[in-house]
Write a protein that binds this ligand. Structure first.
Ligand SMILES: *[C@@H]1O[C@H](CO)[C@@H](O)[C@H](O)[C@H]1NC(C)=O
Ligand SMILES: *[C@@H]1O[C@H](CO)[C@@H](O)[C@H](O)[C@H]1NC(C)=O
Ligand SMILES: *[C@@H]1O[C@H](CO)[C@@H](O)[C@H](O)[C@H]1NC(C)=O
Length: 250
């Protein structure tokens, strides 16, 4: 048996069973591999995200290059209610993505419809191989895994000494009226070869006027979206828009 610490949590290996506990006991992960063959079986590492609170939760894990590929079983239940176990609807990696990425990078997904608010859930994804099976159990609460998709249609325009930055909310966030979003703007530039960046916000509006930027300097702008009451985390940054601030005439 070996133990190790990483960050604020700890990791414990006991002959094929891996326990990962984050400080505070919120996150619990349990990996269990039962092997009858000699080679180690790849355990599906599950990651869950709610891209539109409270209805659209998707868990995903990378496929394995194992030949033949395993069959997956995914179930979820309320942590304190065994009889609430449900099958998770499996979505195989899309064949369109296969050309670009290698087999191991292709993601399996499963959909968890209508989860209860403020409830601990456990998802169990089991890879069934001919020589045994391997399960990954992850626990989560819907409120902790909220992460919108990034905002879209970022635009930046310059008018005299101001920059006007605007964007649209992520189209996949369904309940904007009931669960509004707030936004942060990231702007990045180089100063004598050194990359610099600065975050602005959060803002509840989808447009902003920025002043005091340096004429002649090139800036990159990106935005991220977060649930207004701070559930979960900010989306990944949107694609960038690059602007060079016009030099004001003498
Ligand atoms: C447990 O889950 C079952 C099935 O979803 C449900 O009928 C039951 O009310 C739940 N029990 C509790 C204590 O929440
Ligand atoms: C979300 O789910 C709830 C309960 O299942 C349902 O009443 C509501 O209409 C759904 N909202 C959306 C936007 O799908
Ligand atoms: C996880 O799912 C597998 C396959 O359904 C099952 O054999 C195993 O007992 C489950 N593990 C737990 C801890 O519920």
């Amino acid at each position: 048996m070996t133990t190790g610490t990483s960050g604020s949590g700890w990791i414990l290996w006991i002959t094929g069973i891996l326990l990962v506990c984050a400080a505070g006991g919120r996150a619990l992960e349990l990996l269990r591999a039962t092997e009858t063959a000699g080679s180690p079986l790849s355990t599906p590492m599950v990651h869950c995200r709610c891209a539109s609170y409270p209805n659209v939760t998707l868990c995903s894990w990378p496929g394995t290059p194992h030949v033949p590929p395993p069959r997956y079983i995914a179930t979820y239940s309320e942590r304190h209610n065994q009889s609430s176990t449900k099958q998770c609807h499996l979505i195989p990696p899309s064949s369109s993505a296969s050309a670009a990425s290698s087999t191991s990078q292709q993601l399996w997904h499963c959909q968890l419809p209508s989860l209860k608010l403020l409830t601990d859930y456990i998802i169990n994804v089991t890879a069934v191989y001919s020589g045994g099976s391997s399960s990954h159990l992850a626990s989560f609460m819907l409120e902790d895994i909220v992460k919108p998709d990034p905002p879209v249609h970022l635009r930046v325009s310059q008018q005299s000494k101001s920059l006007f930055v605007s964007w649209s909310p992520p189209p996949t966030w369904d309940n904007l009226d009931i669960f509004p979003l707030k936004y942060q703007i990231l702007h990045q530039w180089e100063h004598r070869g050194t990359p610099k960046s600065f975050k602005l916000g959060p803002f509840e509006s989808t447009h902003m006027e920025l002043k005091g930027l340096t004429p002649g300097r090139r800036y990159l702008f990106r935005v991220c979206a977060k649930e207004l009451l701070d559930l979960g985390e900010c989306s990944t940054w949107s694609s960038a828009v690059q602007v060079t601030i016009a030099k004001t005439r003498p």
